[in-house]
Every structure is written in C-alpha cells, then in structure tokens.
Ligand binder design. Structure first.
Ligand SMILES: *Cc1c(COP(=O)(O)O)cnc(C)c1O
Length: 714
C-alpha cells in the first residue's frame, strides 16, 4: 500500500495545506473551513466538505492562489493558529497534571463519528466517541483512540417510493479520504499478526488525526487473509453473530496487541461500550503471564480499566454463545492457567445464558459508569446481580452525563454572536455557568434573526436535495414533497431525528391523526414535522416505522407539512439541530440512556419537548423547554403511549403554539426567545464536552494514572 498522501502535490508556498487537510482539526475551526471554502466554493460543496478531495481537484486554482497576497496572508495566519494549537503549551491538562505527560489513555470504541467525510459511525455512540476525542484534543488530555476502519462504513439510507428503507453501501475511496496508512519506523506499513485458536489473520492500521489526538483504526481487508476474514472489518454492525464476535476479538485483543507493538505508553484503558470488552481479558492474560496471581492480576486490570455502559435496552448488550466463544479461547484459558469453566465464568451474568460482553467489562474494569444520572440508577438496578450482597444504591457504577463538543455543534453565526456577547473566551470557558448567564445581553431580535437564518438554510438544504433527486430522475413528485419541498420557513417546525428503534417511538406524535391534522392545517398557526433517522439494516420493525412516517409525508391530506429526510448523518443532523424550532424526543422511559441530539439543539437555542428521561431528567428546569409525562416514566397500568401522546398534543396546543406565534411589534416572539435563551444558558455549561471530559479525567483517568500499575508502566 502506498501512502495516498505522497501521491499528489500542492504548490510549495502552500505546502502546509496538506497537513491541514489531513488533520480533522479543520472541521471544528471555522477559520480553517473558511480557507478551504475560499479555494473553491463549488468544489467545497461538491466534495461534501472534504479538503483532501478538494485540494486534489483544485490544482489550477492553487497555482493562482499561491500568488494571491490576500490569500497567502490568511493562509499564513491559519497555519500559525494551527501550529500553536498543536504545540499545546498551555492546555488545561498540562497546567493541572503535568506529571502525567508521557502517559497515554487508550480509548477503545467500535465507531468514531468525527466528520461526514469519514463514515465510520452509525449514530449517537460513535458521535459521542468523536466528541470525546475532539474535546481531549482541545483540553490536552493525552488520549489515543483505537477502533476500526470500515471500508464500507455504515449503511446509507435510500427510501423507496413505497417508503421502505434500502440499504446502500459504498466502498471508501482511500485516495480522497483524510486517513493514512500507518507507517512504521522502518518505512513499512504497520501490520499486526493476530492469532488466536480459530482466528489467524493480518490486520492493517490506518491513522486519523484529530488535532492532537490520534486514532488507530484496524482493517482486516488485507491480502493474504481469507475472504471471510477480509470481511471482518468491512461494515459497521453488519454480518451475523459469528462475524460480530470476530470483530470484537480483533477490536479488544487486537487493539491491545497493536498498542504493544507500537510501544504506546498506555496506562489507562477505557472501553466505550461493551464491543471492546475483550481488551480487559487481554490485559488480564498479559498480567498473568508475568507471574501474578489471579487475584493480583485482576486488581491491576481493575485499577487501569474504565468501562462506560451506554444502554439499558437488553438487545443493546452483546451476548455470545459460549460454544462460539470457546472456539477462539482454548489456548487462551490454558495460557491463563484457568479451566474452561473458570474462564467462561468471567463472561457470565448470573442466571443468564451466554457470554455477556457488558458483564465481562463490569467485572474486570474497576471504574464503571453510566451516561446520565437516571441511567446510573437504572444500570445499578440492572446489574446489581453482579454484586448480590451490595445494596442497589451502592452498586459500583457511577455516572458521567454525556456532553457534546460545542465547536462541532454550535452553528457558526451563532458562535459569533456568543463571541460578541459572552466574550472571546466562551469556547475555552464553556463549562462556566457564570459566562452563560450573560446570554441575556443578546438582543432578542438578534438571536431571533440568527435563528431564522439557520432555519432558512435548513429548508434550503432540504429543497436542494429534493431538487437533485428530482433532476436525476430518481424521485416521483410525491417524494419531492415528502422530502420537504413544501415546508414554510414561517411555520413552527418540530424536529425528530434519531435511530428508528421501537422504544424511541418515532410515530407517537402521529397517534391521533385527526388532532394532528388540525394542528398541521391550521391556517394561522400551522406546525410542521420533520423526521429523519435510519433503521438498523436488519431491523424490519424499525423500517416499518419509517414507512409509516413516509406514507404520511406523501399523503396530500397533510399538506406537505410532514417530512422525512433521507440518510440521517452528521451533516443532516447539523442542519436539523440548528434550524428546527423545537426538538422532540419521546422514548419509552427509562430506556433512553442519555440522548445527545437534544443537547445539540439546546445549545443552539432550539428548546426541547421531551420525556423526562436520559439527560432531560437532569436538564429540564421548568423554563428551558417542556417536559412530557412525569419523571421516571408512566406508572404501571397506564397506557404510556396514549398518555404521552395526549400530553404532547396538549403542550403543543396550550403552550408551544401560542407562545411561538405571539409576536411583538418588531416581529420577534419575545416570550419564545426567552425560552431559547434559557435553553442555551442552562444547557451549554452542563452538557458541553469540556464538562464531560473533565469529569472523566478527575473521576477516572487521574486516579487510574496515579495507581501503582500506571507508575510502573503498562
Ligand atoms: C447526535 C446524533 C445522534 C445521537 O442522538 P440521540 O439523541 O442520542 O439519538 C445520532 N445520529 C446523529 C447523526 C447525530 O448527530
């Protein structure tokens, strides 16, 4: 494999453009995006904001720009900002914890959502991982990501005329992607030989750079591997159970062996969800191999291990057949000096069959957390069986509520408004509530004007996507309408976008069609509904829900005011969380572990209308949005769906619609803007990435770094 980076050139005067393009730092720095856009505005659009692709296509233009004084000075300035960032002289971590520089925190995740030009994420979990790594880069936390490069990524969604999700996969084109093969000191591509009873394969490694943080992404599509093995890392969440097990072995065990091969000074190991739990097993094997007793080896693994669980939904936890697991680990348990029975015991949850990846991680990692306060309670109840003599409240699973990377998710123009009224330092001091209390200083008309522009941009994006499909002959008129061609920028717009899984109840608001129709068709104060989301490629139930929404979107009776946006991804998500008026979330409590799209909306002044579950149970304060139902979900015996739907209609009719359409003489809805401001003020400091990462550092990473194991190295 030759390094695609070496295959093309830019003019010498602009040589650093390549470094900028290959470091995804650009995607959360508006000044970098502006420079790429300036190179060629239309290529920037047609390459879907992919600088690597753009630079390759814009050779002639780059020659011109290398003589353009104005451009050169902006380029030089950007390069110096970039270099200053990388030099990391005064990061939060370094200032507080300089004694730990030189050690690394290895962060394992099956997916990383960084930017759309790298489709190796499916949804919330991956985007959280991406936000975690970007925040680590900003704060100077010495973190290294370990995961997979999926040459075919996650499913792309096309909707048929009849509303059925078509699963489409595209092969990634390495030559135009912001990834590089990892090259060793010998100048050769780094390859890992992974051998484990029934598994014997070679793993190639790709490197993705996010500011100061590196991701090492493994890929089994390597010559010499069997066709089946080449498929292991083909797709995210594709394949059957056996394939999934092999994936997770490569991720957890391969990941640790890769760190050893690369001599990464990892001292803390963080598994983001159970997909990578095998890493703890490998750590245990390593320590037993040094001659430690099982008890001492376990203590050391516990000391350096952090595990985050992400869902209370049973199906979200990987459980494998024990026979299947045994096929791969025979020599492993012998090497660990364990019997098969004792070995299998490590992956067992009490009174349940199978090898449970969550149970494994909970047993071996000594620092464990759920992702919201409510999810902490639910997880302690769910897993008390592992600590039968411990009262539920003392089950050792803490919580760190998720947060979102503000620089990624704040709309650019709104970011400038924050700079103007909160100060240049709003981004650095994002977790300071006092800073956000100054949001009141933003004039109502100004905030409203920025929001209105976001909404217009959003509707424009929908129309141009619909137009493209129409012009390509790929859509019928009813589909053009279903994609949002008839949306009206002055109507109250409610967004609902997330994975289409049963418990998220996407169709709840469609429950009483007549009541909804009255709201949609009100001539003076109409509402509009915008849906987006994928179903897991194998989930026909989820696909049926999409179809139900889509059929309504095509039904003339709803006047084009119900819309389904295809292929929900980070790009679409940005437009949605910036441009809707209200963000709706109505899961069946307590099944939403946290939810992050509502945070993205809230920090952009889009208030939430949500069930008191996940983060909203912490975030709702009575004046920053609206709560559906009661804390903890419906009582038993109540019909939760009917009751929650009735609640939603009632809140819309009595509160949201009247407030939204109550305009002052200047045309701005002052009562509404007050809720927008309260949404920003209350959510930004608490649900930002910095608050989240600092909690991980203080509660988990630092104690682990300070442990004797870490001090000894490894
Ligand atoms: C933020 C985000 C999610 C996660 O949102 P939830 O509210 O947790 O469901 C999923 N997909 C995309 C594309 C996102 O941007």
């Amino acid at each position: 494999m030759t390094d695609p980076y070496q295959q093309w050139q830019v003019p010498a005067r602009l040589s650093r453009l390549k470094d900028l393009a290959y470091n995804l730092w650009w995607c959360w720095h508006p000044e970098a995006r502006a420079l790429f856009k300036e190179i060629d505005r239309s290529l920037w659009a047609t390459t879907h904001h992919n600088p690597v692709y753009l630079l390759q296509q814009a050779q002639g233009r780059l020659q011109e720009l290398s003589k353009d004084e104005g451009f050169l000075s902006r380029y030089d300035q950007l390069v110096s900002i970039f270099d200053e960032y990388l030099a990391a002289e005064k990061t939060w971590f370094k200032q507080r914890h300089s004694d730990f520089s030189g050690k690394a925190i290895a962060y394992f995740s099956a997916e990383f959502g960084v930017h759309n030009s790298l489709r190796i994420y499916s949804g919330g979990l991956g985007i959280l991982a991406g936000d975690h790594c970007k925040t680590a880069s900003d704060l100077g936390v010495p973190l290294i990501g370990v995961g997979f490069m999926y040459p075919q990524g996650y499913v792309q969604q096309k909707i048929s005329v009849d509303g059925w999700q078509q699963n489409v996969y595209d092969q990634i084109d390495w030559s135009v992607s912001p990834v590089r093969p990892l090259i060793g000191k010998d100048g050769e591509r780094v390859m890992l030989d992974l051998s484990l009873d029934a598994l014997k394969l070679k793993v190639a490694v790709w490197e993705v750079v996010l500011g100061r943080v590196r991701l090492y992404l493994m890929d089994t599509n390597v010559e010499g591997n069997s066709p089946a093995d080449r498929e292991i890392s083909g797709r995210l969440y594709g394949g059957d159970r056996a394939m999934r097990l092999r994936q997770e072995i490569v991720l957890g065990i391969g990941g640790i062996r890769l760190l050893r091969q690369l001599k990464v000074p990892a001292a803390v190991y963080h598994a983001n969800e159970g997909h990578s739990s095998f890493l703890f097993l490998e750590l245990l094997r390593e320590r037993l191999a040094t001659g430690l007793s099982l008890e001492n080896a376990r203590r050391e693994v516990a000391d350096s291990g952090v595990f985050t669980t992400h869902t209370p939904v049973e199906a979200g936890h990987d459980v494998f057949d024990e026979h299947m697991v045994s096929e791969y680990f025979k020599s492993y348990w012998l090497a660990m000096n364990l019997t098969q029975e004792k070995f299998l015991e490590l992956g067992r949850a009490p009174n349940a069959a199978g090898w449970n990846m969550t149970a494994l991680a909970l047993k071996l990692a000594g620092r464990r957390n759920a992702v919201s306060r409510r999810h902490g309670q639910v997880s302690r109840r769910m897993w008390q069986k592992l600590w039968p003599s411990t009262p539920e409240e003392q089950v050792p699973i803490a919580h760190v509520t998720n947060g979102v990377h503000l620089a990624t998710w704040t709309q650019q123009e709104l970011g400038w408004t924050y700079t103007r009224y909160l100060g240049e330092d709003w981004w650095d001091n994002q977790d300071d509530p006092a800073l956000w209390s100054r949001i009141g200083a933003v004039p109502d008309e100004e905030l409203w004007r920025v929001h209105t522009r976001c909404k217009e941009d959003f509707l424009k994006m929908l129309r141009s996507r619909a137009r493209e499909r129409w012009m390509a002959g790929l859509a019928e008129p009813s589909q053009v309408m279903a994609q949002g061609a008839l949306l009206d920028p002055s109507s109250l717009t409610i967004g609902f976008a997330r994975r289409f899984a049963g418990y998220k109840r996407a169709t709840l608001i469609l429950r009483d069609r007549e009541r909804l129709k009255r709201l949609l068709r009100d001539p003076w104060r109409p509402i509009q509904l915008v849906f987006a989301g994928k179903a897991h490629p194998a989930d026909d139930g989820g696909k049926a829900l999409i179809q139900e929404v889509y059929r309504m979107a095509k039904d003339p009776a709803f006047g084009g005011r119900v819309v389904f946006v295809e292929d929900y991804d980070m790009h679409v998500a940005r437009y949605l969380v910036h441009g809707c008026d209200v963000w709706l979330n109505n899961p069946l409590a307590p099944l939403e572990a946290c939810g992050t799209s509502g945070m993205k909306a809230a920090i952009n002044g889009v208030p939430n209308l949500s069930i008191l579950d996940g983060w909203w149970e912490e975030g709702y304060n009575g004046s920053n949005g609206w709560a559906v139902g009661q804390a903890g979900g419906r009582r038993e015996g109540e019909n939760a769906d009917d009751a929650d739907a009735a609640d939603i209609y009632g809140i819309l009719e009595k509160k949201i619609i009247p407030l939204y359409y109550d305009r002052g003489p200047d045309g701005a809805p002052h009562g509404w803007v007050k809720v927008m401001k309260e949404s920003i003020r209350s959510a930004a400091p608490r649900f930002c990435g910095n608050r989240m990462l600092k909690e991980y550092v203080d509660q988990f990473y630092l104690p682990a770094l300070a442990s004797p194991v870490a001090a000894r190295g490894r």
